[in-house]
Design a protein around this ligand. Structure first.
Ligand SMILES: [Fe+2]
Length: 250
């Protein structure tokens, strides 16, 4: 079922599965960003520029289901098995069981992270205003985003959705929550919240995200949003010569 604007499935993943997924995600990040494959993956735009600060690390890659696409992406069969079956289930929930999607990982060491309002997608050209807000001059805005919270030792921290009237909805995600929201209706942000990792805990908050970059997307060009077909999205992404960004890169 697709929500109209947002939904949360509580206890979507068991504690055992979450622990396994965190270890699998850490190894997958090592493979993509800290191994011999990185240069090739980066050159072909299959992985996006990472965002690494003392507080938080974010990584993202493109993956495709078996369909023939021009968009450079990892093949679905390249994903670790548990991550692949979870991704298939989540993408089916988003009604996007074909085409290409962005798989991203965000792991937090400590709080006081301020992620300004933005939408997720492909940013071809963007700039940041003096007040910190993001302006995407040319990009692609997917409809639905899914976010699975694997760990959150600061449950009062919030992911905030913001509508056009600047009404803000705070979602306090707990470990095991699968959060789905309409990324074309809402911007989102993470407001500052101070917390620190416990001694025996490397990451205080750990999230995996998914969104299709071919199904139900809009092209944004100089402030105008136009719905586009999966074929057009595929050609738009694959025709880029410079790497795109997938997230607010700050
Ligand atoms: Fe985001």
């Amino acid at each position: 079922m697709i929500p109209i604007k947002s939904s949360i499935d509580h206890e979507y993943a068991s504690a055992d599965l979450r622990a396994a997924l965190q270890a699998i995600a850490d190894r997958f990040i090592d493979r993509l960003y800290y191994g011999a494959e990185r240069a090739l993956l980066e050159a072909s735009s299959i992985i996006y520029p990472p965002d690494i600060t003392p507080e938080r690390e974010a990584f993202a890659c493109r993956v495709r289901f078996g369909s023939p696409l021009h968009t450079p992406a990892l093949d679905f069969a390249d994903l670790p098995a548990v991550l692949a079956s979870l991704s298939a289930a989540v993408m089916n929930r988003l009604r996007a069981g074909s085409g290409a999607f962005i798989l991203n990982f965000q792991r937090y060491r400590r709080g006081n992270v301020n992620i300004p309002p933005h939408f997720d997608g492909e940013y071809f050209h963007w700039r940041q205003a003096a007040n910190g807000s993001l302006y995407v001059e040319h990009g692609l805005r997917p409809r639905y985003c899914a976010l699975l919270c694997l760990e959150n030792r600061a449950p009062d921290s919030a992911t905030t959705l913001i509508d056009d009237n600047d009404v803000r909805l705070n979602f306090h995600l707990r470990a095991g929550d699968l959060f789905i929201f309409d990324n074309q209706y809402y911007m989102h942000c993470v407001e500052p919240f101070v917390w620190s990792a416990a001694e025996n805990c490397q990451w205080v908050r750990y999230m995996i995200g998914w969104r299709s970059i071919t199904m139900d997307c809009k092209e944004i060009k100089q402030g105008i949003e136009t719905p586009i077909s999966p074929d057009y999205a595929d050609r738009l992404i694959s025709g880029r010569r410079t790497p795109a960004w997938s997230e607010a890169p700050f």
